[in-house]
Design a binder for this molecule. Structure first.
Ligand SMILES: *[C@@H]1O[C@H](CO)[C@@H](O)[C@H](O)[C@H]1NC(C)=O
Ligand SMILES: *[C@@H]1O[C@H](CO)[C@@H](O)[C@H](O)[C@H]1NC(C)=O
Ligand SMILES: *[C@@H]1O[C@H](CO)[C@@H](O)[C@H](O)[C@H]1NC(C)=O
Ligand SMILES: *[C@@H]1O[C@H](CO)[C@@H](O)[C@H](O)[C@H]1NC(C)=O
Ligand SMILES: *[C@@H]1O[C@H](CO)[C@@H](O)[C@H](O)[C@H]1NC(C)=O
Ligand SMILES: *[C@@H]1O[C@H](CO)[C@@H](O)[C@H](O)[C@H]1NC(C)=O
Ligand SMILES: *[C@@H]1O[C@H](CO)[C@@H](O)[C@H](O)[C@H]1NC(C)=O
Ligand SMILES: *[C@@H]1O[C@H](CO)[C@@H](O)[C@H](O)[C@H]1NC(C)=O
Ligand SMILES: *[C@@H]1O[C@H](CO)[C@@H](O)[C@H](O)[C@H]1NC(C)=O
Ligand SMILES: *[C@@H]1O[C@H](CO)[C@@H](O)[C@H](O)[C@H]1NC(C)=O
Ligand SMILES: [Cu+2]
Length: 580
């Protein structure tokens, strides 16, 4: 009797709203995947640090989704004092509006002790390599894991097996210490990365004691492998190469590319590449006189260079040597290759959707430089964006009618740079075709320049290249005519030099995108330190009418912090099923 009454009362919550709403009770709903975020002491690279973790480890478990299929991922915030969210890095999440995992932008964060059910549906054709990570504060330094989207069809390029290789950084200070230092008027840098972790493992270059080991990737002779490299670093831009092995790039950020042979990769934070590796034959291994080869990883474009190693082994059950750090390094020292693969890497299948110059309706130039106000900040067209800039998320305000998108658009256009400096957004209308140019500049204080991996949420952008100095559309159009741009979600704004004059142009990166999916999409540098220091922007596509037309009505439970769309141990949430 009680059961019936309770379930009646619960179902009333949903009956009031329109179709598509469901109560996620344990006996009626099972998520496809569960991730639990905790904060605890955790040891990496022989050092213990208080860290945000997914399922108790870093990286967290690999999740596999199917393209074209709806998956529900339940994320529990088991931390006592911190909010969290989960972002599905690289996935277009455009019709489940609250599922992109950006606090203050597309959703209220998950309060401590609560959980949120993310609805994700990878588009057909998006099979590839991704990752998930928290989007709150500095949590993503450890709170992340691989996310692979599989297709129902065999991949267009044949391989026997695959391996996931996820790269991260190690910092010995806690997230809080790092954020406090970066945002303090007494600026304190986080320090450079302590280690490049490969699948969570590393042995520091100088350390001959300690029990930590190098990561090991085991393969068998004669087979072909797809190695999925995931740049899940906080800061590091990494050059990596495998001793005595060349590879062919076959995927960049979830899109197959024409195979391109290379003897090294450059991976920035947020980028992914799949490469095809043909394992050596028994005969080749005999000739090489070893069954163990080093993967050499080096940080680029930072004041200090760090080189770490992992091991590719053919040992079949025999234990590889994961203690020895080769000295001197077996491969030559890596240097930044400016503009690596720009205009060279092409889509596997030619793409008729690429918007030509004649289709571009608006060019938005975003000048990025560092300055000092009461603390050190990174600015885009003169403004920083940090998580506590907003009282409430843009998407929530849009649904509440508190975001005057018409006025925002007018202000942005009349300023001339496409930026609404009141809401700190770049508003755009559905149907526009934007050309977005990130223009690197010397810092206002001393002309220093950094490299930045810029990341786009939502639909992927066409990367139309990069170069030194100031962007020149005429010149770039000439180069574009000879190449086929690829789509990606993260590309590097190179620095070209360590220092220039304050505000002098020193490199650009350009993108094109058709504005098709209404929503709130963050475009930001993927270096966590820079994000904390303001290097983030918000693109707002469409208005309330567009988003209603696309995603249907909203439930009130999404519109308040800890609202009824967020569950806890005693409460099953009211959840809208956007794809039903
Ligand atoms: C994460 O841990 C929970 C239990 O704590 C488990 O149910 C879930 O399957 C794990 N997730 C993955 C992706 O392995
Ligand atoms: C969690 O998020 C809410 C809503 O944005 C905010 O008011 C609160 O300060 C946050 N808590 C922490 C510990 O950051
Ligand atoms: C972290 O490492 C740096 C050197 O990389 C050192 O100066 C600092 O004392 C360490 N901090 C902690 C909290 O261990
Ligand atoms: C500023 O930071 C330094 C460490 O970077 C510390 O030694 C110093 O005491 C701090 N000063 C103030 C006023 O907080
Ligand atoms: C080497 O690692 C050990 C722990 O395994 C640590 O105690 C020691 O400080 C490290 N030394 C250096 C130089 O990093
Ligand atoms: C790898 O490619 C480089 C040139 O890119 C070439 O010099 C080298 O011989 C190749 N190595 C192998 C093992 O194929
Ligand atoms: C840099 O900051 C100073 C004050 O902190 C300000 O006067 C100046 O206009 C800023 N310049 C730029 C280009 O951001
Ligand atoms: C916004 O930009 C306009 C025009 O550039 C300027 O006059 C105004 O002071 C700015 N407002 C804010 C809040 O920054
Ligand atoms: C852009 O490049 C074109 C072609 O090289 C050149 O004629 C033009 O002067 C350049 N524009 C600027 C502003 O430098
Ligand atoms: C769980 O959620 C319900 C409904 O929002 C709320 O009344 C209750 O206080 C929450 N419990 C905890 C422990 O936060
Ligand atoms: Cu940056």
């Amino acid at each position: 009797m009680w059961r019936i009454l309770i379930s009646l009362a619960l179902s009333l919550r949903c009956v009031k709203s329109s179709a598509g709403c469901a109560i996620h009770q344990d006996d009626s709903f099972q998520p496809d995947h569960i991730l639990r975020v905790t904060a605890q002491d955790y040891t990496e690279a022989c050092t213990t640090r208080y860290s945000a973790l997914v399922n108790g480890s870093s990286p967290g478990p690999e999740i596999r989704l199917k393209e074209g299929q709806v998956s529900w991922i339940r994320v529990y915030n088991d931390m006592k004092h911190e909010n969290t969210t989960m972002h599905w890095h690289g996935l277009t999440a455009f019709t489940a509006p609250f599922s992109d995992g950006t606090p203050a932008a597309s959703q209220w964060p998950i309060p401590p002790g609560h959980f949120f059910d993310y609805e994700v549906k990878p588009e057909i054709g998006s099979a590839g390599t991704y990752f998930y990570h928290s989007h709150v504060g500095f949590q993503a330094v450890t709170a992340k894991g691989p996310l692979i989207v599989d297709s129902n069809h065999p991949p267009p390029i044949h391989y026997h097996a695959e391996r996931t290789i996820i790269l991260s950084d190690f910092f010995n200070e806690t997230d809080k210490q790092i954020i406090d230092g970066l945002t303090s008027s007494n600026f304190t840098w986080s320090g450079e990365t302590g280690a490049i972790l490969v699948n969570g493992k590393s042995r520091q270059a100088t350390n001959s004691t300690g029990s930590c080991q190098l990561a090991s990737i085991s393969i068998e002779p004669g087979l072909s492998y797809r190695l999925r490299f995931i740049g899940a670093t906080a800061l590091s831009f990494i050059s990596l190469a495998i001793e005595s092995h060349n590879v062919s790039i076959i995927e960049a950020d979830g899109h197959f590319t024409k195979p391109l042979e290379t003897d090294f990769l450059q991976i920035g934070s947020g980028q992914r590449y799949s490469v095809l590796l043909t394992a050596k034959s028994e005969r080749e291994l005999k000739r090489a006189k070893t069954r163990q080869f080093y993967i050499q990883l080096t940080t680029l474009a930072r004041p200090e260079t760090l080189t770490n190693f992992a091991v590719l082994n053919y040992l079949d059950g025999e234990a590889p040597d994961l203690r020895t750090v080769p000295s001197p390094p077996p491969l030559p020292e890596a240097k930044t290759i400016q503009g690596w693969l720009d205009y060279e890497l092409e889509p596997l299948q030619s793409d008729n959707e690429f918007p030509g110059l004649e289709e571009v309706t608006r060019r938005i130039i975003i000048d990025v430089h560092q300055n000092v106000s009461d603390h050190v900040i990174w600015l885009q067209n003169g403004y920083d964006w940090v998580q506590n800039f907003r009282q409430s998320p843009y998407l929530v305000d849009m649904y509440n009618g508190r975001l005057q998108t018409g006025e925002m658009y007018q202000r942005a256009i009349s300023r001339g740079d496409g930026f609404d400096n009141i809401t700190r957004t770049f508003p755009a209308k559905i149907g526009e075709v934007l050309e977005i140019v990130w223009q690197n500049q010397g810092t206002f204080t001393n002309g220093g320049v950094d490299a930045h991996p810029f990341h786009a949420h939502g639909r992927h952008v066409y990367d139309i290249g990069g170069g030194d100095g100031q962007y020149n559309a005429t010149e770039n159009e000439r180069r574009l005519k000879l190449s086929q741009p690829i789509q990606r979600d993260t590309s590097i704004l190179y620095r070209y030099r360590e220092k220039t004059k304050p505000l002098a142009p020193s490199g650009w990166r350009a993108w094109r995108i058709r504005v098709t999916d209404s929503g709130v999409w963050m475009y930001h540098c993927h270096i966590l330190q820079h994000m904390v220091m303001g290097m983030q922007t918000v693109f707002l596509f469409g208005d309330l009418e567009d988003i209603n037309a696309q995603s249907g009505p909203v439930d009130a439970g999404y519109l308040t912090y800890g609202g009824s769309a967020y569950g806890n141990s005693t409460y099953s949430p009211n959840v809208r099923h956007y794809f039903d």
